[in-house]
Design a protein around this ligand. Structure first.
Ligand code: ATP
Length: 325
């Protein structure tokens, strides 16, 4: 059960100030300043290669910034002697020793961080892996490895949790479970910071969004405000009377495009409004499908031009310094 306010006084706020990371000619993170506060789930959203993982690694002290600073609870994370009790992080679920059991893996982590052994069983229960605790991790699915990584992050009962693409590999039931877990952790007053490159994953998960593109901050705002940016929704409509529909929709300020398969793409009216108009004017509709969520469209609009293309990224990945990964 969440215990509201439990972590508030411990102050795990993450603060980045003009954080910058360059790999040779590639600027992965570019003068990024942001604050991640406790009590809400904060989504860290950006297209592939936007600099999310690099930022998370700098927060954890795994990559040294080229410029700027980042602190957790007012101090650089590296200055914490028992890290796992301050920040629980899941960076790469595949990065575990496959020959060990889940129980052995978590027990070793607990020992190294002065965490009581009883906690190992608690977290195994919490992530739903108690029944397979003695099985070799090598035989785990990606979803099970994600759950194990989350168990490891929870082990030290830390005030700050950071997960890199945690929904990756989870089945629909796992996604629902994780959303509930994240909400509960935030409700206890913890900092909960999760990255994703997909708006659809954030839509029912995050309360606040930090959006980055090409290493730069594009937006930091509540999800609801971000949604309000979605200016022109686009909807696929099928009707036996496309001419009547087109007249109605254009009369209401939308644009209508006839597709080759006979469907109409209506841009500028919501699916609800199109259905209402059609109902009022007795135009039969066979299908009304929103094309991507309003949030998805807002994300696409906002990050248009900031997506990284492989041809540009290759020199950085290939020739740049790789020693920190
Ligand atoms: N060790 C490294 N050496 C050289 N370049 C790197 C290194 N790590 C990251 N980069 C480059 O930095 C940029 C940001 O990468 P990063 O992995 O942080 O992005 P991301 O937002 O996490 O992307 P994804 O969603 O694909 O994981 C990319 O251009 C990447 O090629």
């Amino acid at each position: 059960m969440p215990r509201p306010g439990r972590f508030r006084q411990r102050g795990g706020v993450i603060e980045a100030h003009e954080l910058t990371k360059r790999y040779g000619r590639v600027t992965a993170v570019n003068e990024l300043s942001f604050t991640v506060r406790p009590g809400v789930v904060t989504g860290f959203l950006g297209p592939n290669g936007a600099g999310k993982t690099t930022t998370l690694r700098m927060i954890l002290g795994l990559n040294a910034p080229t410029g700027g600073t980042v602190t957790v609870g007012g101090r650089p994370f590296r200055s914490r002697p028992r890290g796992l009790r301050h920040v629980g992080a899941l960076l790469d679920a595949g990065d575990v020793h496959g020959g060990r059991s889940a129980l052995a893996h978590l027990s070793a982590l607990a020992r190294g961080n002065a965490v009581p052994r009883s906690r190992v069983h608690e977290v195994l229960d919490e992530v739903g892996l108690a029944g397979v605790a003695r099985r070799r991790i090598g035989g785990f699915s990606l979803g099970m490895k994600q759950r194990l990584g989350i168990a490891a992050a929870l082990l030290g009962d830390p005030p700050v949790l950071m997960f890199d693409e945690p929904l990756n590999g989870l089945d629909p039931e796992g996604v629902l479970w994780l959303r509930g877990l994240l909400r509960g952790l935030a409700a206890e007053g913890r900092v909960v910071f999760i990255s994703s490159h997909m708006m659809s994953e954030m839509e029912h998960t995050a309360d606040h969004l930090l959006v980055i593109g090409r290493g730069r901050l594009i937006a930091s705002e509540p999800l609801a405000e971000f949604a309000a940016r979605a200016s022109r929704p686009s909807v696929t409509v099928r009707t036996p009377d496309p001419a009547a529909l087109a007249a109605l929709a254009t009369g209401a300020g939308a644009t209508v495009h006839r597709e080759e398969d006979g469907a109409c793409t209506v841009t500028g009216l919501s699916a609800d409004r199109i259905s209402e108009l059609a109902y009022e004017h007795r135009v039969m509709l066979h299908e009304v499908t929103p094309r991507g969520s309003a949030l998805e469209q807002a994300f696409m609009e906002l990050t248009a031009g900031s997506a990284e293309f492989l041809t540009e990224a290759e020199p950085g990945r290939g020739a740049g310094p790789e020693e920190e990964r």
